[in-house]
Design a protein around this ligand. Structure first.
Ligand code: ADP
Ligand code: ZN
Ligand code: ZN
Length: 702
């Protein structure tokens, strides 16, 4: 339970984990208040919290905070988790029955407001919020509560369905469903590797139905809040239990409701982004991690956990199957499948009638670029739109142009707080840094040589929008990126608006690449196929391959065959060749061989110690001291410590950034070493002059 305790002169909230007699040599101060009526964490959650703290080398308190209900996490003095709905008690039900049988009953005759409020429960439990919105007063509800006719209960959730599916599973889907349902009631990880449109969601649904038939609880993770409404609707239409979707875009009250919905073992489905993983589900019987390769499963602050990996641990602790699904699995999961730790399930063909799209290059060395588009690309677009089909143009760069350059002296607009270029934006016209959000007006004259006006270089989605609008004035155009779409609700509206429009153009960043279903899209254009080919990060090729395959997967999802055009200056690049000629799996095999040769994950564990400060020498001194501490720890021999080096983005938001890279032969040894060195590092005098953290299994080395 949460407690309020005095700490020095302050009063803080903490979690009481155990009750033990006070050690005689110390004088302990008493707890001021106990904040909860009942324990907030169950035994499984506590065990998972301890594991998180150990594995990610995070303070236990920070790890356990992840498990607190959203409302309790605010350290405010909300004394208890409020149950958000009301229901009739037995005597309330009896009274309502009497009232309905005999409207002239004397009871409540002179209290019409109470009577009306009671009538509102004729159809079952009601949300407090909904009652208030319908004009019932909170004082009246309180009276009904004190008179014993109403009681607080958990939110009823939304149930629409349980209607079953008319689809007949194809053999590959059946095989997958059979394998998963055979493993209900024990721990078993599955890798469901199915190309885009192969019907993975149908497999999840059948597995869920089977788990629910046994009275179980289900947790499904999706990478992005934009994906929850679409998926929630699909689940609700099918499953006979409440489906709660949880994400950071919800008001705290609503989120809390979903979070609490399974606390007492009720059959529910919780659907949400990574933090949903920590909700109380004592009867958990199936976990699904959709698009398991996605970056957003990795938390980039506080406890830097990977929701995919923690999902595996949670399934192990609670003894249930966990299904990782993707068309482009992470190299980690592929390797785990190869070693037999995960059982691999394959869907090699698109479900129903749809055929996989054809991928082709547009060689930019042979075809000049006019405002970012080559002639064959524009022809293909025209051809598609003329037929009334839709086209999707993918450009992973928001803003108008990625740089501003003076053509007289070569000056480039840099951010003076980051090691990065300023991005040119229109509407409003500003220079903006995408790393620290600094912005400034666009200079009329070059600040360096004073010549002419500096010009935008390259193109972002805003410029592509202008160009496409000019070239295809008839086509309705929808641009989707973080500058236009700021919420899941807005994204849903925008997508719904465009879904049925013939001859429409969709233009956007990776927001478009993830999981959405666009039945009318027949052509996908990748404007800049070269981006990502030359990144320093060891995961960059994997990312590019996943992105290209995922974007391509948006084409031809139904009857019409899809086509994908990739504009590039380097069509012979081995990476692009592997992806287009041989597909993701062949690419992944090559990439895994490379990782193995270099001793990189998943073949050797990796930990990054990052530090930043106002001045570089402080970063360097700290990292050197930290390295010395690491080398002194027992087991240091089994580990390589590389650095200190500057981070690939050496300065960000005005801070210099550096890192140490730790590569171990075995995870156990690396962890033992860290566990003994980190407390030493923590107390280094040089640690006080920097901000630093330890990132276990980093998702990038930036
Ligand atoms: P994925 O999640 O693998 O990308 P979906 O589950 O979204 O694929 O399925 C793609 C499309 O195929 C959907 O429109 C779905 O209704 C349809 N579909 C799935 N399974 C079948 C099946 N067995 N027969 C016919 N159509 C199917
Ligand atoms: Zn100049
Ligand atoms: Zn900046």
């Amino acid at each position: 339970m949460r407690v309020r305790v005095p700490l020095g002169s302050r009063s803080v909230v903490g979690i009481a984990l155990a009750v033990e007699p006070a050690p005689p040599e110390r004088t302990l101060r008493p707890i001021s208040t106990i904040l909860d009526d009942a324990p907030l964490l169950d035994a499984h959650q506590l065990a998972l919290g301890r594991w998180l703290a150990q594995y990610y080398h995070a303070p236990l308190g920070e790890a356990l905070r992840l498990f607190l209900p959203p409302e309790a996490r605010k350290q405010a003095l909300s004394t208890q988790v409020r149950r958000s709905a009301l229901a009739l008690t037995e005597s309330g039900k009896a009274l309502l029955r009497d009232l309905q049988a005999n409207p002239d009953l004397p009871a409540l005759k002179r209290a019409p407001a109470q009577r009306a409020a009671l009538q509102a429960f004729a159809e079952g439990p009601q949300l407090r919020q909904a009652l208030l919105a319908r004009g019932h007063q909170s004082a009246i509800l309180k009276t009904l509560l004190t008179r014993g006719w109403l009681e607080a209960c958990d939110a009823p959730g939304t149930i629409n369905g349980g209607s079953g599916s008319a689809l007949t599973l194809n053999p590959a889907q059946s095989e997958a469903v059979t394998a998963i349902t055979a493993a209900l009631n024990r721990f078993q990880p599955f890798l469901l590797q199915g190309i885009t449109g192969s019907g993975k969601t149908e497999v999840y649904l059948r597995a869920m139905e089977a788990a629910l038939a046994q009275g179980g609880q289900i947790l499904m993770l999706v990478p992005e809040i934009g994906l929850t409404p679409q998926t929630a609707a699909r689940l609700r239409a099918r499953l006979p239990v409440p489906v709660h979707s949880l994400h950071s875009g919800l008001a705290a009250g609503r989120r809390n409701e979903g979070w609490e919905a399974g606390r007492h073992g009720q059959p529910v489905v919780l659907l949400g982004t990574r933090s949903t993983l920590f909700a109380p589900l004592p009867g958990l019987s199936l976990i699904i991690v959709d698009e398991e390769h996605d970056d957003s499963y990795k938390q980039q602050e506080g406890v830097r956990y990977s929701a995919r990996d923690v999902a595996i641990k949670r399934a192990a602790l609670q003894g249930c199957p966990v299904v990782l699904g993707s068309a482009t699995p992470s190299l980690e999961s592929l390797e785990n499948a190869r070693r037999g730790r995960y059982q691999r399930l394959r869907l090699r063909e698109r479900a129903g009638e749809a055929r996989p799209p054809a991928l082709a290059f547009v060689d930019l060395r042979r075809h000049g670029l006019e405002d970012g588009f080559a002639a064959p690309t524009l022809e293909a677009l025209a051809h598609t739109l003329d037929r009334g089909a839709q086209a999707l143009v993918f450009l992973n760069r928001r803003g108008y142009a990625p740089a501003l350059r003076c053509h007289a002296c070569g000056w480039l607009a840099d951010c003076d707080r980051c090691d990065a270029r300023m991005t040119v934006h229109r509407d409003p016209a500003r220079l903006r840094c995408h790393h620290c959000e600094r912005s400034q007006t666009i200079p009329h004259n070059c600040p360096h040589c004073g010549e002419r006006s500096p010009m935008p270089v390259g193109q972002g989605t805003q410029k592509a929008e202008t160009v496409l609008q000019r070239t295809f004035p008839q086509a309705p155009l929808l641009r989707l990126d973080r500058d236009v779409v700021r919420s899941a609700a807005r994204l849903q509206e925008a997508l719904a608006a465009i879904a049925e429009t013939p001859g429409a153009l969709l233009l956007g960043t990776q927001m478009l690449a993830k999981g959405h279903h666009f039945p009318r899209v027949e052509l996908v254009v990748v404007v800049d196929g070269d981006s990502g080919l030359f990144s320093a990060d060891f995961r960059a090729p994997e990312r590019l391959a996943q992105l290209l395959i995922q974007v391509a997967g948006r084409a031809g999802r139904e009857q019409a065959p899809g086509k994908v055009l990739i504009q590039t200056h380097d069509p012979e690049h081995p990476l692009l060749q592997a992806i287009v000629q041989e597909g993701y799996e062949a690419f992944a095999e090559g990439a895994l061989a490379e990782r193995e040769a270099l001793g990189l994950p998943p073949f050797a564990p990796l930990v990054l110690l990052r530090a930043e400060a106002q001045r570089w020498p402080e970063v360097e001194t700290f990292l050197q001291d930290a390295k010395a501490a690491l080398l002194e720890a027992p087991g240091a021999k089994a580990q390589q410590t590389l650095g200190p080096v500057r981070a690939p983005m050496a300065r960000r938001s005005g801070l210099y950034r550096g890192q140490l890279l730790l590569q171990g032969t075995t995870r156990a040894e690396l962890h033992r070493n860290l566990a003994s060195a980190l407390p030493v590092i923590d107390t280094l005098p040089s640690a006080r002059r920097v901000r630093w953290h330890c990132d276990v299994d980093p998702s990038d080395t930036y």
